[in-house]
Design a protein around this ligand. Sequence first.
Ligand code: UDP
Ligand code: MG
Length: 312
Amino acid sequence: MSLNSVRTVAIVVPVYNEEDNIEHFTKSVDGVMANLPYKYEILFVDDGSKDKSREILRRLEEENPNVSAIFLARNFGHQLALTCGLDNADADAVITMDGDMQHPPELIPSLLKKWEEGFEVVQTIRETTEGVSFFKRLTSKYYYKILNLISDVPIQPGGSDFRLMDKKVVKCFREFREHARFIRGMIGAMGFRQTKISFVAPPRFAGVSKFSLRKMAHFALDGILAYSSVPLRWAFYAGIFSAICSIILLIHVFYTAYLGDAVAGWATITVCILFFGGMQMMFLGIIGEYIGRIFEETKGRPLYLIGKNKKE
Ligand code: UDP
Ligand code: MG
């Protein structure tokens, strides 16, 4: 690349029912990019919205030369919508961010500055989120603690999907085709020259969070199961633990039989059956989660289906 050619930036934004945010977001990004010496594209990935988002995006695509939109055939979830955007963004640097203003566009110049300094991944770290429930903050904090305890790659607490990736990194990322994905963990584990920037996430501009408790729990589980087989090892340790317990119990049984007191074992037996039955159920559940994921991956289905491509 010659020194005086203009570098290009793509801003990938997954949106799901964000009718009240899209225009405000676009204006705000346009405002920020107007002062920077880059050619840019805002690439929205509509994740099967059911509100007016689709019409708004279609109109913006016509009116604004910097906007393009891909429409997925249905709701595939944030991580897959993001993947679709990364697969289709064609630029020297790609920035991924949410369309609800919780990832402040004012931070874009700082991301680009780090990129110009030579960093290939600029990850943002959420210090706090204004106006988020105590429950979400608490679960998020402990989730990352547990995740780091059991995962082989370090995952930064407060990591968000607001980041800049160099073209090189995006190209490599496209080689990763697993369905259950926790993109922030994948990128963290990829290497390259990475750096971090902290920010305080403001409350949403409009609308409500699209992550229900169920979606959140599923996403959290993906993060754990995709990054380690430690839960499977727990089953092994728990097996050893229960074997030791049963040996101790056996000694106890022989001892009471020796004393001629054998009938008084009802409580012990009931407790044992419940305890070990529960353990078996739990670990079958863990193994089942892995098998379910193996099943999903072996089908080798496409990660997402595009209903309508850019400027189509
Ligand atoms: N999103 C999406 N598909 C979904 C859920 C969310 O594309 O199934 C988008 C959403 O429109 C937003 C971003 O992902 O641009 C982050 O979602 P949200 O703000 O609801 O998450 P939160 O900030 O509450 O974690
Ligand atoms: Mg949000």
